[in-house]
Write a protein that binds this ligand. Structure first.
Ligand code: AHR
Length: 523
């Protein structure tokens, strides 16, 4: 057993943790939209206007703050006008980004906005820069958000929607350095500035325009965008023409051979995955430092609008559909990302897990068609990652609290294969407070031993606790249609006793590869 001690100051507040750090991403990719969210009005699967209700109801329990759509790479070949109007009249296209399958455009703008309304989520629409036009994107904003009378308003009304929608978040292309157009950073920066100029705030709708950013630690990309947006010394270009810059960050085992299996992995692959996930801390700090140089007042937000694990697809599934299982290892990648996101909340304003259903690190796997857990019976499986989002939802829009780990447990790691040895800190903690409560999240990444943890809670009295834990007897455990509850939260035993100088001492034993949350009622 390892031991650790940390101090949490319940009365010293840090930046607010935007609820949008718990955002989602749904792309026209594999079975995310079709089969995942959308089954069509004639499906035997219970649905509202074609949107499957089992998925919607499960997601409503997560308080999904925003949903990014329609891509990803797909966004830069999507033409929104093909996805409005009577379904029988909508032209089909080939989804060249993901498997060359036919896209019938039955899920389009109105269906996406209806989904957001059902979820209670803010829409984050990603426009097409790569193969679109400024006019096309500008008119899409007008179609969605303008009131009164205009050509696009008339078209929207003819398609059945009288009132404008609110659309707070707008992406200007995606991965412009790659699938979004293979551009140089400077070329894209100019293009993003130009597009942003024509993305108008209609009526009361206020757009947050998001420039497509780097992957991992491509700081030169961020710097080129910051130069364009802050335009130091410019006299003729407007400042802050876009309000945020994104970046993407995926985690995998990184053994140089493949992404690796989602469920069949070694201790070395496990630790390398956690190490890659942990490195997002350095990456966010590095992007933030570049941004600070141009924007010390932090008026421009940093957004990680794609993150998560990326494994080799499940055997027997289409390699272009990115369908993967999801284990306790994925759950710990998620819990670690959230601790790091909370730490960077002053600059990091939004994050979007890739992707919500059936693709990459999903919340939900549907089981009514081919693929993992299939069999035609209908239904959904909630993944271990889903449970982390649910257990952590109390951090949304809460104020972060400082956590000081004063006695660190010994590092854990692995040095037994062809790659360089690595070691990681086995413990991660974050905390926040809102409305007379505090929420503490605890992750133990060690595979070999539990951690005996003492938390000194200072600054406010604690009157009650509720604690839950997510773990399993092996990090490879996952949920399937046949065994949906292999990895689910259960009650977690914690002890409270008076500590020194009026503090409260909370003790608990975190088993190997586990994630726990402790809710505190504060006096
Ligand atoms: O999420 C899958 C893909 O990963 C997205 O379409 C793209 O932006 C990224 O490369």
């Amino acid at each position: 057993m390892r031991s650790a001690r940390a101090v949490i100051d319940l009365d010293v507040v840090g930046p607010t943790i935007s609820k949008h750090l718990y955002g989602h991403f749904a792309e026209h990719l594999g079975r995310c939209i079709y089969g995942g969210f959308w089954v069509g009005e004639d499906s035997p699967i219970p649905n509202e206007g074609g949107l499957r209700l089992d998925v919607v109801e499960a997601l409503r329990r997560l308080n999904v703050p925003n949903l990014r759509w329609p891509g990803g790479c797909f966004a830069d070949s999507y033409h929104w006008r093909d996805g409005v109007g009577p379904k029988q009249d909508r032209p089909a296209m080939v989804n060249t980004s993901w498997g060359d399958v036919e896209e019938n455009n039955h899920f389009g703008t109105h269906e996406f906005m209806a989904l957001c309304e059902l979820l209670g989520a803010d829409p984050y629409i990603n426009g097409n820069v790569g193969s679109g036009t400024v006019r096309e994107m500008s008119e899409w904003v007008e179609y969605l958000t303008r009131d009164g009378d205009s050509p696009m308003v008339r078209l929207r009304k003819a398609n059945g929607r009288e009132e404008p929608w609110k659309v707070p978040f707008w992406g200007i292309g995606n991965e412009a350095w790659g699938c979004g157009g293979n551009m140089r950073a400077e070329a894209y920066a100019d293009l993003a500035t130009r597009y942003a100029t024509f993305l108008h705030d209609h009526g009361g709708n206020e757009l947050h325009r998001i420039a497509a950013g780097a992957t991992d630690d491509d700081l030169a990309w961020t710097e080129a965008l910051m130069k364009a947006v802050s335009c130091l010394g410019c006299t003729r270009r407007p400042r802050n023409v876009f309000q945020a810059i994104s970046f993407h960050y995926y985690s995998f085992a990184g053994d140089g051979i493949s992404h690796g299996s989602a469920t069949d992995f070694t201790a070395a692959q496990y630790y390398r995955t956690i190490a890659k996930a942990a490195d997002i801390d350095r990456v966010i700090a590095a992007h933030s430092a570049v941004m600070d140089a141009y924007d010390p007042a932090r008026t421009i937000g940093l957004i990680c609008d794609e993150w998560g694990t990326w494994w080799t697809v499940e055997p027997g599934t289409n390699p272009a559909f990115l369908h993967q299982q999801n284990t306790m290892r994925d759950a710990l990648v998620a819990s670690l990302h959230f601790d790091i996101f909370h730490k960077h909340a002053a600059r990091l304003r939004m994050a979007n897990i890739a992707q919500t259903v059936n693709v990459l690190q999903s919340m939900i796997l549907t089981t009514d068609d081919e693929g993992e857990g299939g069999g035609g019976g209908g239904g959904i499986v909630l993944t271990p990652t889903y449970h982390v989002f649910e257990m952590n939802k109390g951090h949304q829009d809460a104020v972060s609290l400082p956590v000081h780990v004063v006695e660190e447990p010994d590092r854990v790691g692995y040095d037994g294969d062809h790659l360089a040895p690595l070691s990681i800190a086995p413990l991660s903690i974050s905390a926040s407070t809102k409305e007379g409560t505090a929420l503490v999240s605890l992750s133990n990444f060690a595979l070999d031993a539990a951690t005996s943890l003492r938390l000194d809670l200072r600054g406010r009295a604690v009157t009650a606790t509720r604690a839950r834990i997510l773990t399993a007897d092996a990090p490879q455990r996952h949920n399937t249609a046949a065994a949906p509850d292999e990895v689910v939260p259960t009650d977690f035993a914690v002890e409270l006793r008076p500590g020194a100088l009026g503090s409260v001492e909370l003790t608990a034993v975190l088993p190997p590869h586990s994630f726990a949350t402790v809710e505190l009622d504060l006096a």
